[in-house]
Design a protein around this ligand. Structure first.
Ligand code: PPE
Length: 307
């Protein structure tokens, strides 16, 4: 399935028709993965569309660009406004939002510094990332034979295009083996994350998730999940997780903007808990969907109305 087109893409400060948002084949980004991106969602609420986590996503984009020395020629406020305007111009009730900063066309050679920093913001309608039934029934996943980037190689805290070669290898292998998604271990063999999701493991009433030091992306949905879990009185432990904990877990769920909160049903063919969505996962999921669709008050200030 190809991307469902919207009308406009914000491109270096202007709205251009979807089909005209093009770059040269000798752009630096295409050759060396020199891009920084975000994935954000807007949800339909009774007050109109609202963007979830606008501020933390824009902040993370700027941090990614700082890590890879790719200065964005706009302020965070300008980018936030541009995101809201793009959702509005494309008349979405709900959508996925993809801001992308990249090194454009001027010179080739690894050094990016002589190439212009360009930016787009695209929006489109994107349903459930891991399949229509995944949110309720959960997904079958496998531990990848690939490892996440070692510390001091690729910066996992930065959402950089080039990092996603690793994610692509993980997800392609997972699909080849009949799984929906892969779980990647870090270089030391500890659980890191999915190809595009953070992971939570529940064992004996405690909730575990890998810390930033295990080569994870600092997920915004992960932060939302921790906030909801702690509010409900669960202890969330950020600690190194050995692979075998996946096999004895009572519940496992993924978090991510695209994946939202998705239960994991099996790992490497072994059933997680009783094989259906666990009670803590369900509680957090229903709270999450109630807040982001405006069914209950946005008490954590996660939403920004588009109009
Ligand atoms: N880890 C990775 C590697 C990752 O790519 C994501 C988001 C997360 C964790 C969760 O982060 P957050 O969205 O802030 O909760 N992956 C994005 C891209 C997915 C894609 O296929 O493209 C996303 O979910 O938008």
């Amino acid at each position: 399935m190809s991307i469902p087109k919207s009308e406009f893409i914000w491109f270096n400060g202007n709205f251009v028709p979807w089909d005209e948002a093009k770059i040269h084949v000798l752009s630096h980004v295409l050759h060396y993965g020199s891009s920084a991106f975000e994935g954000i969602r807007a949800y339909q609420t009774p007050k109109g569309p609202a963007v979830l986590g606008l501020e933390p996503h824009v902040k993370r984009l700027f941090r990614t660009c700082k890590i890879i020395t790719m200065p964005i020629p706009y302020s965070q406020e300008e980018i936030s406004q541009a995101i809201l305007q793009t959702v509005s111009r494309n008349n979405h009730d709900s959508c996925y939002i993809r801001p992308l900063v990249f090194r454009g066309y001027n010179m080739l050679g690894v050094n990016p510094l002589n190439c212009p920093v360009e930016m787009i913001i695209a929006t489109w309608e994107w349903g459930a990332y891991l399949g229509a039934e995944a949110i309720e029934k959960g997904v079958d996943v496998g531990v990848s034979s690939w490892r996440r980037m070692a510390p001091d190689t690729h910066p996992s805290m930065a959402k950089v295009g080039g990092n996603y070669v690793n994610s692509q290898l993980v997800v392609m292998e997972a699909k080849r083996h009949g799984y929906v998604e892969g779980i990647v271990l870090d270089i030391y063999g500890y659980v890191s994350e999915g190809s595009g999701e953070n992971i939570f493991i529940i064992l004996d009433g405690k909730v575990y998730t890998p810390p930033l030091g295990n080569s994870i992306l600092s997920g915004i949905t992960r932060a939302f999940a921790i906030t909801m879990l702690e509010e409900k009185g669960y202890k969330v432990v950020e600690q190194q997780i050995p692979r075998e904990m996946l096999y004895i877990a009572d519940e496992i769920f993924f978090t991510g903007t695209a994946a939202e909160i998705t239960p994991v049903k099996t790992v490497d063919g072994l059933t997680v808990g009783n094989g259906s969505r666990g009670p803590i996962t369900e509680q957090i999921q229903s709270e999450f969907f109630a807040i982001i669709t405006g069914q209950v008050a946005d008490r954590f200030g996660w939403l920004t109305l588009v109009k």
